[in-house]
Design a protein around this ligand. Structure first.
Ligand SMILES: Cc1cc2nc3c(=O)[nH]c(=O)nc-3n(C[C@H](O)[C@H](O)[C@H](O)COP(=O)(O)OP(=O)(O)OC[C@H]3O[C@@H](n4cnc5c(N)ncnc54)[C@H](O)[C@@H]3O)c2cc1C
Length: 443
């Protein structure tokens, strides 16, 4: 596999058509979904001169993009399904509030996804997938930083790295192959002693025995602020934001017809489906096979935690994180597969606060705000970015799992290229929806 080059600006040179340019007729682009992915796509389309409409059943409402951990986790290039994972799963599931849960009622629906998840957990598939993840993640700052600067979020990105901490030598040893694989893909990985860890983050208690610092990671001030500012900027700069539930899409010869709940039909030259965990329903109506599940995550945000962290901290053995946001310390994690309709189990948010006390002995838990959201998860940990099977006018941008905030602006850039028939500057084949179908099947 080629080593990915993490060179800022290496791939950011393709020209965008100026909005003021009248070299071509204005193309209408409708984006379904006002999460970070849809808004990033809308931003690129607008920058390229399109007439942009964003449709969301609740544009300002709660969504994964509001309540996530706020990490620009570019160093996360190893997929969830890896060889040997199945040995750990029974232990995680045995703990009712552990890092992984399957809701029994949903399990029959989950089987095709689980089967595919198991199939990609081979050494060769992990190599292929991590290459594709490194490819997209190595571009993230090229796309995210200009977007943040343009819309007024420049001071909301904190490039302070992340610290992964270990409470046992065996934990670090178990993760060593992952760290080696990340290094091989161009990730800067710096091993630290307990003393060095505490120098970086004095609030961490004696339970922490070692750590790994990854300086390329960063975090945002508040993910909700990011989407609010971006959405408002888009509205102020000409994008139309419509409140509506998209029920159906039909390809037409010159674009697509969009049927809203209630029967109203809108038309556009191009439609982008960026509806997060709900995207599969629309893609399936079009005839594409998609394996997409809600991987529900939980967190608690404590406005006055009584301890301070400089950067995001990842608690490796117990699989959760803490991020110092402008609105407080956000403690989050968990992966629950229960479908889109199951009620949240906020005992998970509470359990994470109990756990964090082991690492941050001074933390105060009063006034914590609990939250949960649906990660749009594919079995191979790769997003779906590319044209739909039946129509080149309908483009997919969903399935970003744990990395939607990180990969949103780069997804926007890639989709912008596809909308305007430009060559995307990275290989988009690994992200194609065709990978789920018989013909294009890898899984
Ligand atoms: C606990 C947790 C922590 C996370 N931490 C991180 C992190 O640190 N870093 C990171 O990069 N990522 C993180 N993620 C993942 C990230 O939040 C998601 O990948 C990302 O927000 C997905 O964005 P999206 O725009 O695809 O979907 P969403 O934010 O879910 O937005 C989808 C939108 O589509 C709308 N919609 C859906 N269907 C329709 C329809 N038919 N008609 C109209 N509107 C529709 C919905 O109303 C919604 O507004 C985390 C996720 C969770 C849950």
């Amino acid at each position: 596999m080629d080593t990915v080059k993490w060179i800022p600006g290496a791939c950011a040179t393709h020209p965008l058509k100026n909005r003021e340019s009248n070299e071509m007729a204005v193309m209408s682009v409708t984006v379904v979904g006002a999460g970070i992915v849809g808004l990033s796509v809308a931003y690129e389309a607008l920058q390229s001169g399109a007439a942009v409409t964003i449709i969301d059943r609740n544009p300002e409402g709660d969504k994964a993009s509001f309540g996530n951990a706020g990490g620009i986790a570019v160093t996360e290039v190893i997929p969830a399904s890896v060889p040997g994972l199945w040995k750990k799963v029974p232990f995680w599931i045995a703990d009712p509030l552990g890092p992984l849960a399957l809701r029994v009622a949903h399990t029959p629906h989950l089987l095709p996804w689980l089967w595919s998840f198991a199939r990609v957990g081979t050494a060769s598939e992990v190599l292929r997938i991590s290459g594709a993840l490194a490819d997209i993640n190595s571009r993230v700052y090229d796309d995210l930083v200009p977007l943040f600067n343009k819309v007024g979020l420049a001071s909301d990105l904190f490039r302070k790295g992340a610290l992964t901490v270990y409470e046992s030598e065996s934990g670090l040893k178990r993760d060593q192959p992952d760290w080696d694989a990340k290094r091989a893909l161009g990730v800067d990985v710096q091993e630290l002693s307990a003393a060095q860890v505490r120098e970086l983050e004095p609030a961490l208690g004696p339970i922490v025995k070692s750590g790994v610092f990854t300086p390329q990671w960063s975090h945002v001030s508040d993910p909700k602020k990011v989407v609010d500012v971006l959405r408002n900027w888009l509205a102020a700069n000409g994008a139309q934001i419509l409140r509506g539930q998209v029920d159906r899409l039909n390809p037409t010869t010159d674009g697509a017809a969009i049927t809203l709940d209630g029967g109203k039909v809108l038309r556009a030259a191009k439609v982008v489906i960026a509806a997060g965990a709900w995207s599969a329903q629309l893609a399936r109506q079009l005839g594409d096979r998609v394996l997409l599940e809600s991987e529900r995550g939980y967190n608690t945000t404590i406005a006055s935690p009584g301890v301070a962290l400089e950067r995001e901290v990842i608690f490796a053995e117990r699989k959760f994180v803490a991020t110092p946001l402008s609105i407080g310390l956000r403690i989050g994690g968990a992966a629950e597969f229960g479908g889109l309709r199951a009620a949240p189990n906020f005992k998970r948010s509470k359990a994470l606060v109990k756990l964090v006390k082991l690492y941050l002995p001074g933390v105060k838990e009063e006034g914590g705000v609990e939250w949960s959201g649906h990660r749009p998860a594919t079995p191979d940990s790769l997003p779906v970015i590319g044209r739909s099977g039946p129509s080149r006018h309908i483009i997919y941008a969903f399935g970003h799992g744990h990395l939607g905030l990180t990969q949103g602006p780069t997804t926007g850039k890639i989709v912008g290229d596809l909308l305007f028939e430009r060559q995307p500057c990275l290989d988009v084949a690994p992200f194609s929806v065709a990978r789920f179908s018989q013909k294009g099947r890898r899984q």
